[in-house]
Design a protein around this ligand. Sequence first.
Ligand code: 5GP
Length: 192
Amino acid sequence: MQDCGELAYFWPMNSIQVLDRTFVPFISAEKIAERIRQIGQEINERYKDKNPLFIGILNGSFIFAADLYREMEMPCEITFMRVSSYTGTSSSGKVKELLGLGNSVKDRHLIVIEDIVDTGLTLQFILNELQLQNPASIATVSLLFKPKALQVDIEPDFCGFETEPRFLLGYGLDYDGYGRNLKGIFVEKEKS
Ligand code: 5GP
């Protein structure tokens, strides 16, 4: 796995309330954009001439996938799969596929785009499903990674930021459906 970028913490006075929880700023929109440019360049170099197929994992990765995909400077395609494992602020541990792939992945170089790897169960489920269809290769890219929460032996090949196992919100990540539209990433405020 490549090194994950350094976190830029910024703590202005503002906090936001989403339903019954309070969140404070964690990673700025500018820092996210800068890191995505760096990861994009690495993928461009590694996959030039490979015509990769990106697979965004819905719902959480849709904003990251859109921004990362627009950094690509080679012929490449994108499609989406929908899986679900989270209820409220914790993983249920059971992954369900809600929307399958439309594209054939046989003999393709796949790059799975995740918003966040927490227990790793979702990514493991997805990789197992994709392996059955005989792709040429599979790599994974996750904007966020919580190594201390992992329950399976899996790591993203490309990672935006490693974080502590605290609940994050924004830039595609939701709390019971809300907050995906926040431009930066927020973390749940610790109870004092
Ligand atoms: P895993 O299967 O690795 O435990 O979790 C994967 C999915 O759980 C992610 O794709 C994401 O949708 C959700 N998830 C994990 N951690 C967080 C978090 O801190 N905040 C939010 N909003 N969703 C999370």
